[in-house]
Design a protein around this ligand. Structure first.
Ligand SMILES: [Zn+2]
Length: 317
């Protein structure tokens, strides 16, 4: 494999992380800033430029050949712009041009954060060796990405595989995206917690009403908590089964905070998949927890940049 370095940026509503990454996915230099998400667009860009400034000051920068960006979405890779829901100062913001200018004119590859995590799981994580995979992040929201035919499939704008906003409940609750009954509206962490509270579950003395607290209650046998996770699992299973039926994936990898709930999520998920993924060509579909940790976004952005640099599937994505 080519040993040239690439720079990677992982831009979310909470933090902006940057790194120099080698051809084996090792992170050699790091930089990070909090995202000033409530500030104007140029202030947010200033934080990105501070991260890039630390990277360009590193002696290894001279070996960097490209910059990969994984950003909270929606992104528009064809236009080079981003409009992250949680960063209101950026709407149609020309992130690619600004990063290229701050990075000395290096080529820049932009993908959505769900696609970036998919690239990382396919390169080094739970989807490694699978030519057709759906990788999902289930946390505050629900995102995802696809690997098809052995290659990352970002789609024309970099958002393909955004499974959180396909509807699995035709007349279901209104989703902030404007549709109804989306996977995210049922399976995200806040919705798992909301449903448990509506069902009569009450938090412990610490007052923690997060999905993690609901998961702990479910493990202790609380039937309302168990049912809330089972409902989330059912929505995920319907979305995964639909995806598998459309494009013949053979594995769905689930990460994010809710993905860490373990068998409280995965046991009902496998049961529901058996109900929804019924045709012969999707029956062998498996689900697995994500293996990449908090660096998944950076590693995936690096994979996208390495692929672009080589012009072929250098990183296997
Ligand atoms: Zn939606």
């Amino acid at each position: 494999m080519d040993t040239d370095l690439v720079a990677a940026l992982d831009i979310g509503g909470t933090k902006i992380a940057g790194a120099l990454v080698d051809g084996d996915g090792r992170i050699l230099v790091r930089a990070q800033r909090p995202t000033p998400a409530r500030e104007d667009g140029d202030t947010v860009m200033g934080a990105v430029e501070e991260v890039l400034g630390e990277l360009t000051a590193a002696p290894l920068w001279g070996r960097a050949t490209a910059v990969g960006i994984g950003s909270a979405g929606p992104v528009d890779a064809s236009a080079g712009t981003v409009s992250p829901v949680n960063v209101p100062g950026w709407r149609g913001y020309p992130l690619v041009d600004r990063v290229r200018a701050a990075a000395g004119g290096l080529p820049v590859e932009l993908i959505g954060d769900g696609v970036a995590i998919t690239a990382a799981e396919h390169w080094q994580g739970a989807a490694r060796g699978h030519d057709n995979a759906l990788c999902m992040v289930v946390s505050t929201g629900v995102g995802g990405g696809l690997v098809l035919g052995g290659r990352l499939h970002p789609g024309p704008t970099g958002n393909a595989g955004h499974i959180g906003h396909i509807s699995v409940d035709l007349d279901g609750d209104a989703c902030p995206c404007g549709a109804r009954g989306c996977v995210e509206r049922i399976a995200s962490g806040p919705n798992i917690a909301r449903r448990a509270l509506e069902g009569g579950w009450r938090p412990g003395a610490d007052g923690d009403t997060s999905a993690a607290a609901v998961a702990a209650a479910a493990r202790a046998g609380d039937p309302v908590a168990v049912a809330s996770f089972a409902r989330a699992a059912q929505a995920l299973a319907a979305g995964i089964a639909a995806t598998a039926t459309l494009v013949e994936i053979d594995i769905a990898v689930i990460g994010g905070g809710v993905g860490k709930a373990g068998e409280i999520l995965f046991a009902p998920l496998r049961r529901a998949l058996a109900e929804y993924a019924t045709l012969s060509f999707v029956r062998r579909l498996t689900v697995a927890p994500a293996r990449m940790g908090t660096d998944a976004g950076l590693v995936g952005a690096a994979a996208a940049a390495l692929t672009r640099t080589a012009g072929v599937s250098a990183a296997g994505v």
